[in-house]
Ligand binder design. Structure first.
Ligand code: A3P
Length: 272
């Protein structure tokens, strides 16, 4: 049905499409799929299935909010709608656009150790290229150029969290952005999800029975009304081996940027 003036589109069974009240803005490879799936365990939350790329892709953005609304899942009026597009976090034009849609929106940002994120980013591109029967340079020749960290490698920039966070803080107060610790979400998802529930002012509902550790996968999987499921095989892949000396260089490279990020958000993380 067509979009109504109040930013909703309704369906006869009492459900309606709503603009999201919550957006998971990133970071790419931070654990965004795990986060949205875990958040969907809550009965008051309905998640868009796909990455919408509304605010970052011009071809989508120019279609306007009615198109964005049409991408949202049907929800009951008392439920909250969430979408995740990890590329939003590192796209400079996105904060203003989201602000213009809803300055009071709640934003979730899931981060992990920046070096780990780079290796995960590389692994994703590696497998994408493999699928297309294309070659990709070995990790070390992407990371290092002439004996130094290769600043031209884009994945490094995506891990400079303070650079991107500054853009968001131009539009949103810190209270509107909850940072989920992606390393902790891997090791022990429940405490991180309880914090997310609190930030979103949701009734406490997600509990220990919603998670079980799957030894084969090596990750936590989800239990929803007795149904058990793990994330897709593309989530939780082994990363390539990197020589310790290069890893050290990476840790060093991120040391100051990490400190700047901790200062920005008034909180520290256990990153190498
Ligand atoms: P790796 O595959 O590099 O380990 P995103 O969904 O943003 O692309 O993030 C993918 C990352 O989510 C994975 O990166 C994995 O480490 C992390 N993750 C967190 N919790 C997970 C879970 N329960 N199952 C699988 N992957 C999980």
């Amino acid at each position: 049905s067509p979009a109504a003036d109040n930013g909703t589109a309704s369906h006869p069974n009492g459900t309606l499409q709503q603009l999201p009240q919550i957006i998971i803005i990133g970071v790419r490879k931070g654990g965004t799929r795990a986060l949205i799936e875990m958040l969907s365990l809550h009965s008051a939350v309905v998640a868009a299935q796909n990455e919408v790329h509304f605010f970052d892709w011009e071809s989508h953005f120019q279609k306007g909010l009615p198109w964005y609304l049409s991408q949202m899942p049907y929800a009951f009026p008392e439920q909250l709608t969430v979408e995740k597009t990890p590329a939003y976090f590192t796209s400079g034009k996105v904060p203003k656009r989201i602000y213009q849609m809803n300055p009071n929106i709640k934003l979730l940002l899931i981060l992990r150790d920046p070096t780990e994120r780079v290796l995960s980013d590389y692994t994703q591109v590696f497998y994408n290229r493999l699928q297309k029967h294309k070659r990709y340079q070995p990790i070390e020749s992407v990371l290092v150029k002439d004996g130094e960290i290769n600043l031209g490698y884009k994945a490094l920039n995506r891990s400079l969290y303070y650079v991107h966070m500054q853009n968001w803080l131009q539009y949103f107060p810190l209270e509107s952005i909850h940072v989920v610790d992606g390393d902790r979400l891997i090791k022990d998802p429940l405490p991180e999800m309880k914090k997310v529930e609190r930030f979103l002012k949701l009734e406490p509902q997600i509990n220990a029975s919603n998670f079980y550790f799957n030894k084969t996968k090596g990750f936590y999987c989800l239990r929803d009304h007795g149904r058990e499921r793990c994330l897709h095989d593309s989530k939780g892949r082994a990363h390539p081996h990197v020589a310790p000396a290069i890893l050290q260089k990476l840790y060093q490279f991120f040391h100051q940027p990490n400190k700047k990020f901790f200062e920005l958000v008034g909180r520290t993380f256990n990153w190498k």
